[in-house]
Design a protein around this ligand. Sequence first.
Ligand SMILES: *Cc1c(COP(=O)(O)O)cnc(C)c1O
Length: 381
Amino acid sequence: MKFETQLIHGGISEDATTGATSVPIYMASTFRQTKIGQNQYEYSRTGNPTRAAVEALIATLEHGSAGFAFASGSAAINTVFSLFSAGDHIIVGNDVYGGTFRLIDAVLKHFGMTFTAVDTRDLAAVEAAITPTTKAIYLETPTNPLLHITDIAAIAKLAQAHDLLSIIDNTFASPYVQKPLDLGVDIVLHSASKYLGGHSDVIGGLVVTKTPALGEKIGYLQNAIGSILAPQESWLLQRGMKTLALRMQAHLNNAAKIFTYLKSHPAVTKIYYPGDPDNPDFSIAKQQMNGFGAMISFELQPGMNPQTFVEHLQVITLAESLGALESLIEIPALMTHGAIPRTIRLQNGIKDELIRLSVGVEASDDLLADLERGFASIQAD
Ligand SMILES: *Cc1c(COP(=O)(O)O)cnc(C)c1O
């Protein structure tokens, strides 16, 4: 089955008992056991039929052995990091999601794990960071908000050579755009609150493992830790995922048009988009991605106020998050990345004037007219 068909018919797509073409929301905490220990479901933290459907679907889409659904992307990430113990060292991308940075810095370090942040585009730097206690390489590609692209296959190979797990947060791409497990990665995870859910109406997280052995470990931790996705949310997520391909095609087309517009705009000094042929990551993006995603970041001319720009938009919503039907715009330094100290932000290339745009699926003409409105507001300043 092709990806578009898998979205509709893959995993568990209908109710086995009634044939209902939408898997029902099984609001049950426990299940009758006809013979002790022989039933498919016992207790809904351990397993629930609605959750199982969305878990089977994501495993199919990411070409993995097993899928797992969590209450949020953050819960998924925390559960994956629970594979490790005190004394273990993990290499992480130096511009991972702010919440992941916070989880590492404020929580996991207290459990005795150590972390080294590296620009994972630089394979020599990743290799140099490996120590005898290193257990994994964890990264995002594209990154947030500068949309840097790491060579996934090269990282997976390096990890294998050193007996490390490779883990990728695939939120910014979605499985429509890239499938890290096919490139040799061990674990892929998502904040399903973004492209997979797609409608700004659900918070969830998903994990997919390459091997059944890793799947067993994650399944054990999912049940032990218990930060599972509830049946209502599982249903909502699966419903959203069915249109992922349709949505992504519209997202990608709009993003390409907006990139062309911004690239030649005199008020824009710098643009970050993996599909920009002038971007140093362009060739690797082209090789490993199906399209270039729908996130674009850009910087305005010095003296032009990014806050004025974003506050004058009428169609594009000023909000955190991404991957929604509606276009969302934000200023990382003031919003999503505000908790990172300014000096570290600047070291990582996140300037105060940087704007991040999650391109939605509205008519592109309306989005372009809205951006024009934003530019008019700063020209008048
Ligand atoms: C949003 C996000 C997360 C966290 O997901 P939640 O569902 O908000 O907990 C993790 N990684 C990335 C890349 C994200 O964008």
